[in-house]
Design a protein around this ligand. Structure first.
Ligand SMILES: [Zn+2]
Length: 261
């Protein structure tokens, strides 16, 4: 936890010095209603909330739908992977994420970090029993540029949850981009797309991707991990409820946003 996430200094500036909403750029300490009344009566004084922990004003915070219902994909028979996103992949998050990812627009990062912080730390998970498994980069162009949104965002999630990152999975290069494929094409494309290079150090694996659409990438990543630990620790058939198995590894998945490409 000693290393700071990339661009941490900029996040601090946005949080503590630039006292304006990351979306509408109105002073966070003033509500939209206050501004309307201030312009007519000029009696309402803005109160400066220097340590306002959010990066959005109240109005923008309430205008976004947070924490859509989780959805599930299967990892194995009797084992499901619940996927929880922080919000929907819609305006304004979609536009912000796209300019961050494709144009390296760092000014969008505080908003995206704010979105991530809406994800509550999973119950029972902490820094000693869990790791975050970032989705290995899917995009060759991004890798060549050395700019990987998942790496940057997952380091902020690690800080937010106080749970370390673990990078024991690599992506095998031959797979092509998932964008524009149907669900079955995505799954076929993802077969054997990941290689687990070491055994996970803990039993609670919190998978993270930036945008989850069908969940196919997270599903394939979870399956690769499951097959590895299952081969190592073996299976017995005494079936418990969903998301448990004989070696008691638990798989959860999280995303910045849920939606379509
Ligand atoms: Zn605002």
């Amino acid at each position: 936890m000693a290393r700071l996430p990339p661009y941490q200094f900029g996040i601090w500036l946005a949080e503590y010095l630039y006292n304006r909403c990351q979306l509408c750029h109105i002073q966070r300490s003033m509500s939209h209603a206050n501004i309307a009344s201030a312009s007519t009566a000029s009696t309402a004084k803005p109160t400066f909330a220097l340590f306002n922990s959010g990066l959005l004003c109240e109005h923008c915070q309430h205008s976004i739908s947070w924490l859509p219902d989780p959805f599930s994909v299967d990892i194995a028979s009797n084992l499901a992977l619940p996927i929880q996103a922080a919000t929907f992949y819609d305006y304004p998050i979609r536009q912000a994420f796209r300019s961050f990812k494709h144009s390296e627009d760092i000014t969008k990062l505080p908003l995206l970090v704010h979105v991530l912080r809406q994800l509550p730390r999973p119950t029972g998970c902490n820094g000693s029993n869990s790791v975050i498994v970032p989705m290995p980069t899917t995009d060759n162009r991004l890798r060549q540029r050395g700019f990987d949104p998942v790496t940057i965002l997952s380091s902020y999630l690690a800080k937010h949850w106080q749970i370390p990152l673990w990078r024991g999975v690599v992506r095998i290069d031959s797979t092509v981009s998932q964008q524009g494929l149907t669900r079955s094409e995505r799954l076929a494309n993802l077969d054997d797309a990941f290689r687990v290079t070491e055994l996970p150090p803990v039993k609670r694996l919190l998978l993270f991707d930036d945008i989850a659409t069908t969940g196919a990438s997270l599903q394939a990543l979870a399956r690769a991990l499951y097959e590895t630990v299952d081969a190592q620790y073996g299976t017995n058939t005494s079936s418990d409820s969903a998301n448990t198995n004989s070696h008691n590894h638990r798989f959860y998945a999280y995303a910045l946003a849920h939606g379509s490409n």
